[in-house]
Design a binder for this molecule. Structure first.
Ligand SMILES: Nc1ncnc2c1ncn2[C@@H]1O[C@H](COP(=O)(O)OP(=O)(O)OP(=O)(O)O)[C@@H](O)[C@H]1O
Length: 277
């Protein structure tokens, strides 16, 4: 068993930075009332990393992802993706939301749903065909390409949403609690799907979840957010082997240590604690 202490992440200088969030602050203003959702968030995600974000409900996770996705303006600070400041939805990014039911078009087939962003990106037809086929195969849905989303289970619909994101060949894949609405068994399968796609495609993934076990199982790092107004409470290195499976990994003593550590941090965050440094 490893004796590495559970602790804050040391930044690796050898990995190129994909995403740089600098002193991000977001205050919602409206009707004589202002809500400081995010106070000061600074972190980076290296190219090819899989980083999870956890924090108490209302910690500003969705607000953060919306700022990163260029869907929401920050109050101050900045988001830099591959060296370019984000001022609107950037071309190299795809997002998978929790509400797969609302993110897929019910009148389109699975294939048409996956193909749509590629058409908008003006990818030539033959290339589109190849990308759609590869993506559907990667998520195990080649045989249902002609079906409509409403003919599929929730887990299958979320696979379609993942295929659509993957076909787009994003450099950064943002996932906002993507498995919150599926059953536990499907969730485990989808977690393994994300890990296998990440390892195979080398895409950078930023994954927001409520689920502490899920964050430790998936991530190489887990960034724990404080209660709102939000700061980074701790950036935890998940030093588990890259080969992971639901049974073996989750029974490792190190997994239990890391889970306990992240759990304790989230509990502290709920109590309104701020980082000590
Ligand atoms: N459009 C908005 N206008 C005003 N306040 C908002 C708006 N959206 C979010 N907030 C507030 O900002 C804070 C952070 O919300 P956000 O949805 O980003 O948190 P979250 O961590 O994603 O929550 P959850 O885990 O419950 O989904 C909350 O206090 C919320 O009430």
């Amino acid at each position: 068993m490893t004796t590495t202490p559970v602790g804050a992440a040391a930044r690796s200088e050898t990995v190129a930075t994909m995403l740089d969030v600098r002193a991000l602050k977001k205050v919602y203003e409206g009707r004589g009332r202002s809500v400081e959702a995010i106070r000061d968030l600074t972190f980076t995600v290296g190219s090819g990393e899989l980083v999870c974000i956890v924090g108490p409900s209302g910690a500003g996770k969705t607000t953060l992802l919306r700022c990163i996705a260029g869907l929401l303006d920050s109050t101050s600070g900045e988001v830099v993706l591959e060296g370019e400041r984000v001022t609107g939805p950037p071309p190299g990014m795809a997002v998978v939301f929790q509400e797969y039911g609302r993110s897929l078009f019910p009148w389109m087939t699975v294939r048409q749903n996956v193909e749509l962003p590629l058409k908008e990106k003006k990818v030539p037809k033959a290339e589109r065909r190849r990308l759609v086929e590869e993506a559907l195969e990667a998520v195990g849905l080649s045989d249902v390409h002609g079906a409509h989303p409403w003919q599929l289970s929730g887990g299958m619909q979320q696979r379609v949403a993942i295929a659509r994101a993957v076909a787009y060949e994003p450099h950064l894949l943002l996932m906002d609690e993507p498995f919150a609405a599926v059953d536990a068994q499907t969730r485990a399968d989808l977690e393994d799907l994300v890990r296998s796609l990440w390892r195979r495609l080398g895409v950078t993934v930023l994954f927001v979840t409520h689920d502490i076990d899920e964050s430790v199982y998936l991530g190489r790092r887990v960034i724990v957010l404080s209660d709102s107004p939000t700061v980074v409470l701790e950036d935890v290195v998940i030093d588990l082997p890259d080969e992971r499976d639901q049974l073996t990994t989750r029974s490792l003593p190190r997994f239990a240590e890391l889970r306990a550590h992240v759990y304790e941090l989230v509990q502290r965050a709920k109590g309104g604690h701020r980082p000590t440094s």
